[in-house]
Design a protein around this ligand. Structure first.
Ligand code: C2E
Ligand code: MG
Ligand code: MG
Length: 702
């Protein structure tokens, strides 16, 4: 505000009850060339306080003894109101001591009225103003600094390296949950609270900096707080050095970064884990697998195995009970798996209903098989979810490290191949990968590619196997069985490609082709070989064909186009088709049945819930599976089973065809049990169209 070289206007509040003294001071100030004073005069303290409150003064000249106040009291009251305005007290010789006390309490100066000439008065005023401004600036900056420190939430430390003492700021201590008095000044207060794992690298960083190896010290580490928990902190500091470069002091800050670390950790966790179940995801699993493989290669660590599995019929559960329940089931499975695995093993959800497990220390495949058995056991225990009792099975593929792998992808791929083998083998099973499996997987892959083309190239043809009335001994119908006329392999039977066609979806166009072809052929034979009732045809149906809302229309279209009556068409479905394909499939089946199309259960007795399904759904006939027929009259006689099935069918009023009849004895036994129809090599193998016509023309009788 004032610079001594310039003539500024200084606003002075003069508090003086004696008019003589006031005039004197006014006169002295007006004589000065260094400042021009604008003087406001108050005779009493209360008047002065009112003026001070409004502010606008650069300095106060205050007499101690006023009509309404005396001594230090005068100063104290004035100072309380003046705040940042400097006060110079005016005294008489006799209250010198009071004046000294006032200066101690914050007055800028004191002047003895009689001794104060112009020069002294002016100098005192200018210095008072300057000192006050400097003090204010200092206080401002101190406050700013304090605010900054508080705002940054940093704790401060200042390490006297010579004395080996550290000043820890209150905030530093509070950050760790300590009061100011709880923490001493030894470096141990810090170092001993660092997480044991972080101590060596902390020490290294610190020594590097002290040794001049870095510009500044910066290290993130964990610190134990008063409650015994660990916080993440960022410690930063810089050493001060003497002329020889030896550090003698180091100071810096400590910031609580726990929240940031937690967020980072969460991000990292999310990137490596499955969001639904919290299990490892594919990325983490592959990483662990790569580590296990590297360990094995490097130092002949124990062997390990990968189990890859997929829930059987999970889609069915999802479709029938809803995705929310399906999700809960997956979470339930995840918890059980986690619970049963050994620490160090990894269970991952690779997506959908696919899981993979990495187990360490398994010498050979039998160890892994044991785990696979346990998994089946664990899954077969009922899950109670939202009032539903759900049971699941899994198809498990096993790959063992002894097969000799060079990269983790191969291991997972082989476990996957083995899993498919297990599924194809009838679900709820495991398979251990072997080299042959790889070869057949390659073959399968090739077959799949070729199959895609064959649908367009028209490489399929239908063969027909007669179905015989056991009472009359004559042909009453045929089962249409598809064949693939492969350009190089020759005739390929459905066992070798239907499963692939199912998996790739090719079964849908193929299935419709089979239906159209079978209906067309049968209608032609009905004209060629009239009978009463007319010949019928059985067609094997994949469940996938039923999964379309307009499938009934398409089926009716085929019947209309080929002229075959609905009752001459039998759709053969396995029990699993109904199990696997939920509501829509069943609705379509029932609608077709309502229109007169016959429904038949194929391979009866091998599937899931045979008897209960017979009662729930209205089938027109069933086919007793070949496995029961072939055991008739052998060591493991199945007569009782066949008899039960026949009785049941009889009481439900549905037809029966015994499949796979190969011997005269089987025919005889079935006849005695009054089985109405039979089919098998004993009568005829599946035939090409000309061969079937030749057979019918000869009107065979069995
Ligand atoms: P499936 O429906 O149980 O058909 C009967 C199978 O048993 C046929 O095998 C037939 O050749 C065979 N067989 C008949 N009599 C005997 C016998 O006395 N002894 C023995 N050991 N076997 C006999 P194929 O033609 O290889 O068909 C196998 C399976 O492929 C069929 O079983 C059926 O599930 C499926 N399949 C065949 N054609 C089609 C089709 O067009 N569509 C669909 N989705 N599946 C089909
Ligand atoms: Mg069949
Ligand atoms: Mg069958």
């Amino acid at each position: 505000m004032s610079d001594t070289g310039r003539c500024d206007i200084v606003r002075v509040l003069l508090v003086e009850d004696s008019p003589d003294h006031a005039d004197l001071i006014r006169a002295k100030l007006q004589r000065s060339r260094r400042l021009s004073a604008a003087i406001t005069h108050a005779e009493r303290l209360d008047a002065a306080l009112v003026l001070l409150q409004d502010g606008g003064f650069d300095v106060v000249l205050l007499d101690f003894s006023l009509p309404d106040s005396y001594g230090l009291e005068t100063f104290r009251r004035a100072q309380a109101v003046a705040q940042r305005t400097p006060i110079i007290v005016l005294t008489s010789l006799d209250d010198n001591e009071l004046a000294v006390q006032a200066v101690r309490e914050g007055a800028q100066d004191y002047l003895i009225k009689r001794e104060a000439d112009t020069r002294l008065l002016v100098r005192s005023i200018l210095y008072a103003i300057e000192r006050k401004a400097a003090a204010d600036a200092l206080r401002d900056s101190e406050e700013r600094y304090a605010l900054a420190v508080r705002g940054a939430n940093d704790g401060l430390w200042d390490w006297d390296l010579k004395a080996d003492r550290v000043f820890f700021s209150p905030r530093w201590k509070a950050m760790l949950g300590f009061g100011d008095a709880d923490v001493g000044d030894s470096p141990r207060e810090w170092l001993d609270r660092i997480h044991p794992d972080d101590r060596p690298p902390f020490r290294r960083h610190l020594d590097t900096h002290l040794g001049g190896g870095s510009d500044h010290f910066e290290f993130e580490h964990r610190m134990r707080n008063a409650a015994g928990e660990y916080l993440w902190v960022l410690a930063r500091g810089v050493a001060e050095r003497d002329e020889r470069g030896t550090p003698y002091r180091m100071a810096g800050s400590q910031t609580d970064i726990t929240a940031r670390k937690r967020a980072e950790h969460q991000l990292q966790h999310d990137a490596l884990h499955d969001g639904l179940t919290g299990l490892a995801n594919r990325v983490l699993f592959m990483d662990r697998l790569a580590c296990a493989l590297a360990d094995l290669q490097r130092r002949a660590a124990p062997h390990f195995a990968v189990l890859f599995f997929d829930l059987d019929r999970f889609k069915n559960i999802n479709d029938s009970l809803g995705h929310t329940l399906g999700d809960k089931l997956l979470v339930g499975i995840a918890r059980r798996l986690e619970h049963f695995l050994r620490p160090g093993d990894t269970v991952a959800r690779l997506g959908g209903d696919e899981f993979a497990i990495l187990i360490h220390r398994v010498d050979d495949a039998s160890g892994a098989i044991h785990v696979a058995d346990r998994i089946q056991e664990i899954l077969s225990m009922t899950f109670s979810i939202d009032g539903h009792d759900v049971m699941v099975t899994a198809s498990i593929g096993i790959a063992h490290s002894s097969t000799g792998y060079t990269n983790p992808e191969e291991i997972l791929r082989d476990a996957d191949i083995a899993m498919y083998r297990a599924k194809a083998g009838g679900k709820a099973r495991y398979e251990v990968f072997d080299r042959d499996m790889h070869q057949s997987a390659v073959t399968l892959l090739r077959l799949e590619t070729e199959l895609r083309h064959s649908v367009h190239r028209g490489e399929f043809e239908m063969h027909y196997q007669p179905i015989v009335s056991l009472t009359q001994g004559r042909i009453v119908g045929f089962e249409g069985l598809v064949r693939w006329r492969h350009p190089k392999r020759g005739l390929v039977t459905p066992d070798q490609f239907i499963a692939i066609a199912e998996e790739t979806g090719l079964i849908v166009p193929l299935g419709w082709w089979v239906l159209r072809e079978s209906c067309r052929q049968t209608r032609r034979w009905q004209r060629q070989f009239p009978a009463d009732p007319s010949l019928w045809v059985s067609v094997n149906m994949s469940g996938k064909l039923f999964m379309k809302t307009d499938m009934v229309d398409e089926m009716l279209g085929i019947l209309e186009e080929t002229g075959l009556e609905p009752r001459s068409l039998r759709l053969e479905v396995t029990e699993n088709v109904v199990m696997d394909h939920a509501d829509l499939a069943i609705r379509n089946l029932m609608e077709l049945r309502g229109l007169g199309v016959q429904l038949s259960i194929d391979d009866f007795g091998t599937g899931y819930s045979s008897l209960s399904y017979l009662q729930r759904f209205h089938y027109d006939s069933l086919k007793i599976d070949r496995s029961f027929v072939s055991k008739l009259g052998t060591a493991g006689d199945s007569r009782a089973i066949v008899e039960t099935i026949l009785n049941l069918a009889n009481s439900l009023g549905i037809g029966v065809v015994a499949e796979g009849i190969e011997t005269a004895e089987q025919v005889e036994r079935l006849r005695r049990m009054q089985c109405p129809h039979g089919q098998g090599y004993w009568f005829s193998r599946p035939l090409t169209v000309p061969a079937a016509e030749e057979l019918m023309a000869s009107a065979p009788s069995w």
